[in-house]
Design a protein. Structure first.
Ligand code: HEM
Length: 449
């Protein structure tokens, strides 16, 4: 197949191509492409983009042929706003894209070592305990989406800053400003700087950089806590011995906070939504929590997490059905062949984990919530690349362990004491922007007795 025989998604309109479909019903649009072929052409402007729909080709894109691609459009739109960081296309003099990323990643990786993350469990549990004690009451209807986003923000701020006062100063509102403006910058036309949220964005960015500067100053004076900022302040590139500049540390912190808050914080509302719709799964989860934590429900500790196997299956199933990072893209650095398709240099290639995770050829009854898919013997039969909530290859999420540990801890702390019930008449409509969320999610809290 050449690029001329690649199928084009139906319904393109002049000038904006499929932009309206992607804007109005993004999830329906990306899943509809599964049936058209392994590579499908679509348009959001005059130049074509290509959607890859099979695990084999996604694996080629992210692993086998990864050197032939860079990040592309999303990185290009975010860099002028928040600067270059590990998540974007970072470059060092004399090194290409791949080697620049590798050098930077090697330097940051120890900051996310599992032992450091395990050390955060007690603080993350305390975040959930404090929030539920403050606002949750038996029978009260809560905006569960906001509650859990705030908890995720407090948990990731703790991972970043260590010191509880500084973590408290971050606040979900500040992080939400950043996420909102980054989304609008990515989708708004290039000719305008005036995207919704830009004003709050500038203030939030300055505030975050100043929190980082004071944390680094405190560290230099010998009073800092062991946290991501203090690790980043100490780490050095192993080839030159150079340290990261405070500005660079600030940029990495923006990414860690936005993804830690929004990607992880959007996951738990989906978990409670699915548990409320599947009482048998909820009962199994409660049974496991009662066994592991005892009927007195002692607080969850890091050592308990490996024993929460069903809770982990529930989480993995929600990551399949509602992958928070639902769409990703790359740009070809050179002419490249994907399967039977020749792509020119500069081609934008996207893939959707939402579509891949619901592909009927890969997952039986793909729209059904079934945590037992993740029983080891069943999970083993999945083809490579069919389940990649955290990506794969050299750019796989560096915060995957943190996201799973924090989410499991909060799930255990909440579900050991609370059950959340759907509110009759409320329909959940997924919002797919940078991250996939439930939108407003009112649920009734019931204390477990
Ligand atoms: C449920 C939570 C999360 C999900 C689903 C998620 C998903 C992802 C995905 C899919 C990628 C790969 C992007 C690509 O290939 O272009 C990624 C990269 C990344 N994530 Fe996450 N993430 C989550 C949480 C976090 C957290 C908690 C942090 C930091 C504390 C984080 C930091 C990053 C960074 C820095 C990268 C870039 C890695 C690189 O390019 O080397 N993420 N994430």
């Amino acid at each position: 197949m050449t690029t001329t025989t690649v199928p084009t998604a139906p319904g393109a309109v002049p000038l904006i191509g499929h932009g309206l479909q992607l804007w109005r019903q993004p999830l329906r649009f990306v899943t509809s492409l599964n049936a058209l072929g392994p590579v499908v052409r679509f348009f959001t402007g005059p130049a074509p983009s290509y959607m890859v729909t099979t695990p084999e080709l996604v694996h080629r894109l992210l692993v086998t042929d990864a050197r032939a691609f860079r990040k592309g459009r999303l990185s290009d739109s975010a860099v002028p706003q928040v600067g270059t960081s590990l998540l974007m296309d970072i470059r060092f003099p004399g090194l290409g894209h791949y080697d620049s990323h590798r050098r930077h990643r090697r330097t940051l990786q120890p900051g996310f070592h599992p032992s450091r993350i395990a050390g955060q469990v007690t603080a993350v549990r305390a975040v959930a305990e404090r929030a539920t004690a403050a606002r949750w009451r038996d029978g009260r209807v809560l905006r569960v989406d906001r509650e859990l986003l705030e908890m995720a923000c407090a948990a990731s701020s703790y991972a970043v800053f260590g010191c509880p006062e500084r973590a408290a100063a971050v606040g979900a509102g500040l992080v939400a400003h950043l996420e909102r403006a980054m989304y609008w910058r990515a989708v708004a036309p290039r000719w305008t700087d005036r995207v919704p949220g830009s004003h709050g964005f500038a203030r939030s960015l300055t505030r975050l950089h100043s929190l980082v500067a004071s944390a680094l100053a405190e560290d230099a004076a010998g009073g800092g806590d062991d946290c991501l900022v203090s690790f980043l302040g100490r780490t050095r590139y192993d080839d030159t011995g150079e340290v990261l500049s405070p500005e660079q540390i600030g940029r990495e912190v923006v990414v860690a906070l936005v993804t830690g808050t929004h990607a992880a914080g959007n996951l738990l509302p989906w978990v409670f939504h699915e548990l409320a719709r599947h009482p048998e799964a909820e009962q199994r989860l409660h049974g496991e929590l009662d066994t592991v934590l005892g009927h007195g429900r002692r607080p969850v500790e890091a050592e308990d997490l490996p024993r929460l196997t069903y809770a982990r299956q529930v989480l993995f199933e929600v990551l399949r059905l509602y992958p928070p990072v639902w769409l990703l893209a790359r740009r070809a650095l050179e002419p490249v062949r994907l399967g039977d398709v020749e792509l020119p240099e500069g081609a934008e290639v996207a893939f959707s984990k939402y579509a891949l995770h619901r592909h009927p050829a890969l997952h039986r009854d793909p729209d059904r919530f079934d945590p037992d898919r993740w029983l080891p013997e069943r999970a083993r039969s999945l083809p490579r690349g069919a389940y990649i909530p955290f990506g794969t290859g050299h750019r796989k999420c560096i915060g995957d362990n943190q996201a799973v540990t924090h989410s499991l801890t909060m799930l255990a702390a909440i579900a050991s004491r609370w059950r959340l019930r759907s509110v009759p008449g409320h329909r959940v409509r997924p919002h797919a922007r940078i991250f996939l969320d439930t939108g407003p999610l009112p649920m009734r809290a019931e204390a477990r007795r």
